[in-house]
Design a protein around this ligand. Structure first.
Ligand code: AMP
Length: 397
C-alpha cells in the first residue's frame, strides 16, 4: 500500500511516496519555480540519490505529470507502476469551519474548498490546483484533503472569538483558526507512545518552532488553545513574521511609512520577526552564530523568542491546569539544544527538570528530562507527510 503526499505552494510542489507497510518515504522531491523561468524538479530516491530534471513547468498540472513520470522512471524511479499508488493525500492550509477532520475529496468538498479561498488567498488556490491536477492525471485514484486548521476545530468559542463585534465573526468568519494542526496532532500522538500513557489522559504543550512557529495546548488529544490566529501571523515572533503586536502599531506604521494594505501585509509577513530584530537573517543558525560572536541584536532576537515561548508555556499550563509533557518539534525545536535549555529555564514550578546532557541531541525522538521530573520534556521530530499519509490511508480503506 503506497500513498502519494502532495504539498503545493504557489510556485512549488513537495511530494513524498510513503510505503504504509514500513511508514517510510520511498521517494520524495520538490518542484520549484512553477510558472516561472528556470523551473526544476529535484527527485530523491530511497537511497538518497538525487536526480535534477529541468523542464518548462508552466502550471501545477505539468508539475504533477513530471512528478508521476519521475516516480516510475526506470533509472531513478520509486515504483514500477502508478497503479501501486492507492491514494493521494493533499495538504490544504485552510479548511475554515467547514472541515474539522480530513476528508475524501468529491465535488461538494471541492466547492467548499473554493469557499475557503477567501480566508487563505495565498495558500488555498495552489492547494486546489494540485488537487485538480492529480484528479486529471490520476483518474479513479482517491484524493484526500488534510487541513492545517482541522485539529484546532475543537477549541471553544472563549478561545477562538476575538474582542470584536460578534457580527464580524458571523459575516467575515473572523476568529482564531490556528495552523500547524497536522504537526501538533502527529507529535502529540507520538508523545503518548513515548510516555507509554493513553493520549486521552495527557495534558501536553506542543511547541512547533520552525521558520513559522506555533504552540498548542492539547488536552486528551484535542487542541484547546493555540498561538496562531485568524492567520499564521499571530502568536510567537517567527523567522520573518512579527507575531502578536499591539494592533494599533499596524495603522501607526502604515501612516508613518505611507504603506498600502498589501505593502503592510508583506512587511509583517516577510520583513519582521527574528530577521527584523537581528537585522542579520531569519535563519536561527545564522542568528545563533552572530550572537555567539557578540552581536547584541542577534542575542536580543534569541532572547525575545525564548521569552515568547516560555510565556506561552506558562499561559497554557494555566489553561490546561497542569502539564504532563512539553514537546519540542520543527527546525529550531528539534535541533537547537541551547534554545530548548533557555526555554526550560525557570519552568521548575510546573515540574520541568531538564537533563542538560541528554538535551544535547538533534532530531531524535527522546525524553530529555531527569528521571523524577513531573513534567516531561520531549523532543519529537515532526512528520507532517506521514500524518497526511496515515489520514489518507484511514479514509480510503
Ligand atoms: P523548519 O521551518 O521547521 O524547516 O525550521 C527552519 C528553522 O530551523 C530555521 O530557522 C533554521 O535555522 C532552524 N534550525 C535548523 N537547524 C538548526 C540548528 N541546528 N540550530 C538552530 N536552528 C536550527
Amino acid at each position: 500500500m503506497k500513498i502519494l503526499v502532495i504539498n503545493c505552494g504557489s510556485s512549488s510542489l513537495k511530494y513524498q511516496v510513503i510505503d504504509m507497510a514500513t511508514k517510510n518515504a520511498i521517494g520524495k522531491g520538490l518542484v520549484e519555480r512553477i510558472g516561472l523561468a528556470g523551473s526544476v524538479l529535484t527527485h530523491r530516491t530511497k537511497s538518497g540519490a538525487k536526480e535534477v530534471i529541468t523542464a518548462e513547468i508552466p502550471d501545477h498540472t505539468v508539475a504533477i505529470k513530471l512528478v508521476l513520470e519521475a516516480l516510475v522512471s526506470p533509472h531513478y524511479g520509486t515504483i514500477e507502476d502508478l497503479k501501486e499508488i492507492c491514494g493521494v493525500g493533499h495538504r490544504v492550509v485552510h479548511g475554515g469551519e467547514k472541515f474539522s477532520k480530513s476528508v475524501l475529496i468529491d465535488d461538494p468538498v471541492m466547492e467548499a474548498l473554493e469557499e475557503c479561498v477567501e480566508l487563505a488567498p495565498l495558500h488555498n488556490p495552489p492547494n486546489i490546483a494540485g488537487i485538480k491536477a492529480c484528479q486529471t492525471m490520476m483518474p479513479g485514484v482517491p484524493q484526500v484533503a488534510v487541513f492545517d486548521t482541522a485539529f484546532h476545530q475543537t477549541m471553544q468559542p472563549k478561545s477562538y472569538i476575538y474582542g470584536l463585534p460578534y457580527e464580524y465573526y458571523q459575516t467575515y468568519g473572523i476568529r482564531k483558526y490556528g495552523f500547524h494542526g497536522t504537526s501538533h496532532k502527529y507529535v502529540s500522538q507520538r508523545a503518548a507512545v513515548l510516555l507509554q500513557r493513553p493520549l486521552s489522559e495527557l495534558k501536553l504543550i506542543s511547541c512547533h518552532l520552525g521558520n513559522g512557529a506555533s504552540i498548542c495546548a492539547i488536552r486528551g488529544g484535542k487542541s484547546i488553545e493555540t498561538s496562531m490566529g485568524f492567520t499564521p501571523l499571530d502568536g510567537l515572533m517567527m523567522g520573518t513574521r512579527s507575531g502578536a503586536l499591539d494592533p494599533a502599531i499596524v495603522t501607526y506604521i502604515m501612516n508613518k511609512e505611507n504603506l498600502t494594505v498589501d505593502q503592510m501585509n508583506d512587511f509583517l509577513n516577510k520583513k519582521c520577526g527574528a530577521l527584523g530584530v537581528s537585522g542579520i537573517s531569519s535563519d536561527f543558525r545564522d542568528i545563533e552564530v552572530a550572537a555567539a560572536q557578540g552581536n547584541a541584536r542577534a542575542q536580543l532576537a534569541l532572547d525575545i523568542f525564548e521569552h515568547d515561548v516560555r510565556q506561552f508555556i506558562g499561559s497554557y499550563a494555566a489553561v490546561l491546569g497542569g502539564v504532563d509533557g512539553i514537546i519540542f518539534t520543527a527546525g529550531v525545536g528539534e535541533n537547537s539544544a541551547s534554545m530548548r535549555e533557555g526555554i526550560c529555564n525557570n519552568l521548575e514550578y510546573i515540574g520541568v527538570d531538564l537533563d542538560i546532557e541528554k538535551n544535547k541531541v538533534r532530531s531524535e525522538e527522546v525524553d530529555v528530562s531527569k528521571p523524577n521530573a513531573r513534567c516531561r520534556v520531549l523532543i519529537i521530530p515532526t512528520n507532517e507527510e506521514l500524518m497526511i499519509a496515515l489520514e489518507t490511508n484511514d479514509l480510503i480503506r
